[in-house]
Design a protein around this ligand. Sequence first.
Ligand code: CA
Length: 225
Amino acid sequence: MRLLIVEDERRMAAALAKGLAAEGFAVDVTHNGTDGLHLATTGDYDLILLDIMLPGMNGYQVCAALRAAGEEAPVLMLTAKDGEYDEAEGLDTGADDYLSKPFSYVVLLARIRALLRRRTRGGAPVLRVGDLTLDPNTGTCRRGTQEVVLTTKELAVLEYLAVRAGEIVSKSDILQHVWDFAYDGDPNIVEVYISTLRRKIDAPFGRRSIITVRGAGYRLAADRG
Ligand code: CA
């Protein structure tokens, strides 16, 4: 899942980006409202962390402009102190949730995951595709009752395929949602991850759940064997 952080306190933005990247999110960072709006409307983000007091445009303006542009990615507003902003105003401009600084990283992560769950699967904590289950909160993956150990990045690729199970997902979609914009390596990295995932979640169980759709991408399907 790809996140955008719009936060002018650079140390805080960098710390958040580092922590969230370690959780397997692709994270882009910008330090002002104008760039934030531009990135959020041109990039394909799954969630936006938006500070309120920002140079350029403030968070309320960014959020209102995003919604006016039809951008539906959930927005989690961050603010300096409780009471320094009007919570109702934040929600009026189309924010989905808000968090007062200083916040606990654990709480932030829980809120992010809750917003992503609400958006991608109606709130269900676990993704199921046939007998494949994936719990992004705990980072666990099972085929039937057997646990499959995946790295953070493998899990992120599989989560993105699972969120869009049954659909054709292009390689560039996967790159967009799993790798951040600082990634300038070989786009064929996606193939490497797909083949590793097949070796872990399919081959040992005699399944073919990750289907290659030639020239288009991949589709994760329920294959009960
Ligand atoms: Ca700020």
